[in-house]
Design a protein around this ligand. Structure first.
Ligand code: MN
Length: 640
């Protein structure tokens, strides 16, 4: 790669590129990195130069390109932030500073590390979105040159790409970076599956080309005599996305890849709809497979018409129809939007970045990184649904979102006071989930207020952060620490789940889906003797199923919503009442209570009661053990 290649790219799209600036930035970076080499053996300057070229492919402005050339100077050379400011001014210096700040502590667990990195990237980029764009280009170039690193480092960089940067690229709508990054990372992490899928794609290549050529010919015949001009092409499918679909839908390669995919690009929105009409007229559409993302764009700005028809070979064909501008936004997302609409005070542009501000709010409130990551996962990976207010305003939500998410999506006051809703005219409870197209009318009550339980129902980070804010503002959390807490949890978890083929494994109930006795569950053995339990329908399961060894797990027979608790205590006046009060105060409904003296010193009390699940149970046990005189607390046949 030569500097002249970058100049060529710039000339291709910028009317008046600021060449003196770009040249100065390049010269400065080249001098600063002089003598440094990359692991590949090339001079260091190759790296920032490639990063700048990736951004030039996205047609970004001079400032971004200059900052990209300088992005590693402060971190890796003797030059300082001040030098950059003096030489290039505040705007560029701030972007470089933002890049330098995205450094994460290394001694964190994998999940915490990913959460922490996303947090830092977002934090830095709220100031200037171009920081994220350079970071993505930086990581993409690292992925392209990954083969020179040793195994361990390759795995780390690849998993960062898959867990952190590709999702960010997706959220910003930069499909071109997302696809490439995902496929490169997947090749590192699962080389055998990658090779297998790739081979199968190559094998079916010719047949597919033939089919697409036939569809193209037929369509062009239909278009004769109309004034619609369009470009029809086969759509490449990406290896990682095929793999994910195979997993998600539990289907074979053939079943997933059997669909031919076509893309039609035309000049105007009107022609998009006309083309759709023509296509539906020639081939029978599959009704449920039609999506109009032109009328309701995805939150990452994506627009297109999607349809699936039974094509000329009597097989389903996926078709996307869009204008050129839509196509550019589909590939380059926020970067293209930047170019078309500019930035700064642009209201529409700000709207598109709203999620970033929301995530930024959330991270301020999250006590731990995992909690933050859980919410982030939902915001990042779940499909979207579109719901409507009674007045027809669109509220976009992740799949599986409910009434509260909707209410908070409209306004935080509406969320705080929400008690139920009418969905498409029918009353539904607070826990109800919403579907695409639902018309939702929120019902409120003056004396309603958010509770901690709501956090278990909501899916969006926005709702979660509002609820948390309310709770921290209004409630004092006791700052007492209980030594036994962690132990109780372990005991309980070991007791309630049977794991096939393992004796006494350490059971970890996942925080993302909070399995409760009775839920369908699935286990993954992460390392020897440790099993993570998720609910079957947990979105994390779908994503991670490949990384870990699946094990068969089940709730032990005796566990249910009704549980028997036994308390072994010193016999003193008022003890039984105190235990009962403790249980009732935790909103436990007690079906049966009984006390039996064991000699004249001790008493055994037993309670049959309904619990709201494991956490509730853990909490009860913790509280019972704090009552003076209590020696042991048992559950059913479990001892403590
Ligand atoms: Mn770099």
């Amino acid at each position: 790669m030569q500097f002249s290649d970058l100049i060529k790219k710039l000339k291709a799209y910028e009317k008046k590129p600021d060449f003196p600036l770009i040249k100065r930035a390049y010269a400065f970076a080249e001098k600063a990195h002089e003598g440094q080499r990359r692991a590949t053996g090339e001079a260091y300057i190759e790296h920032p130069l490639h990063v700048a070229c990736i951004l030039a492919d996205l047609k970004l402005d001079d400032v971004t390109i200059a900052a990209a050339l300088l992005h590693d100077v402060v971190e890796d050379t003797e030059f300082t932030q001040k030098d950059i400011t003096n030489e290039f001014g505040k705007e560029i210096a701030q972007i470089v500073e933002g890049m330098t700040k995205i450094k994460t502590l290394k001694n964190l667990s994998r999940e915490d590390y990913h959460a922490e990195t996303i947090r830092k990237v977002i934090l830095a980029s709220v100031k200037d979105i171009r920081i994220i764009l350079i970071k993505l280009a930086d990581r993409l170039h690292n992925m392209r040159t990954i083969s020179v690193f040793r195994e361990e480092k390759r795995q780390r960089i690849a998993s960062d790409a898959l867990e952190v940067y590709a999702p960010i690229a997706h959220k910003l709508g930069i499909a071109s970076i997302k696809w490439e990054m995902e496929d490169l990372a997947f090749e590192q992490l699962h080389p055998d599956i990658y090779v297998d899928i790739n081979k199968k794609i190559q094998q079916s290549h010719k047949e597919r080309e033939k089919e697409i050529a036939k569809i193209k010919r037929l369509l062009q015949e239909e278009l004769q005599g109309t004034k619609i001009s369009c470009d029809i092409s086969g759509r490449p499918k990406h290896i990682y996305s095929i793999y994910r679909k195979m997993y998600k839908k539990n289907k074979s390669f053939e079943e997933i890849y059997d669909l031919s995919a076509l893309r039609i690009i035309t000049d105007t929105v009107r022609h998009c709809y006309e083309l759709l009409g023509i296509i539906h007229n020639i081939w029978t559409p599959i009704p449920k497979e039609f999506d109009d993302y032109i009328a309701t764009p995805k939150s990452n700005m994506y627009q297109s018409l999607h349809t699936v028809v039974i094509g000329p070979m009597n097989k389903p064909v996926e078709i996307q129809i869009r204008t050129e501008e839509m196509h550019e936004i589909a590939e380059q997302g926020i970067a293209a939007h930047w170019k078309y609409k500019g930035h700064g005070s642009d209201n529409e542009f700000d709207q598109k970045l709203k999620w970033m501000i929301e995530v930024n709010e959330l991270q301020k409130d999250s006590e731990d990184a995992k909690e933050f990551l859980k919410m982030l996962h939902i915001d990042f990976f779940e499909d979207e649904i579109f719901t409507f207010t009674p007045k027809g305003k669109v509220i976009e939500l992740p799949k599986g979102a409910g009434i509260l998410d909707f209410a908070y999506g409209v306004h935080s006051d509406l969320g705080d006071k929400c008690i139920a809703a009418k969905v498409n005219g029918l009353f539904v409870p607070l826990r109800a989930t919403l579907r695409n197209g639902d018309r939702v009318e929120i019902i409120t009550a003056k004396n309603q207020h958010p509770s901690r339980d709501w956090l278990k129902i909501v899916k969006t980070s926005k709702a979660a952060s509002k609820i948390k804010r309310y709770i921290t503002l209004t409630q004092k959390v006791p700052v007492q620490s209980f030594k036994k807490e962690e132990e109780i949890k372990k005991e309980l978890e070991a007791w309630i789940i049977d794991v096939d083929s393992m004796s006494k494994p350490e059971i970890l109930l996942s925080k993302c889906c909070r399995p409760t006795p009775g839920d369908k569950i699935i286990g993954f053995s992460r390392s020897i003797g440790k099993v993570n339990i998720h609910r079957n329908d947990c979105s994390a399961v779908k994503r991670r199923v490949a990384d870990r060894k699946k094990v068969t797990v089940r709730w032990v027979d005796s566990i249910g919503r009704t549980v028997e608790i036994k308390v072994d205590a010193e016999n003193r006046t008022g003890l039984f009442a105190e235990i009962l009060n403790t249980l009732i105060a935790q909103s436990t409904s007690i079906k049966h209570a009984h006390a039996k003296a064991m000699g004249d010193q001790f008493v055994e009390c037993s309670f049959e009661m309904e619990t709201a699940g494991l956490e509730h149970l853990q909490d009860l046990i913790k509280r019972l053990r704090r009552i003076s005189g209590v020696r042991h607390v048992f559950i059913g046949n479990m001892s403590s």
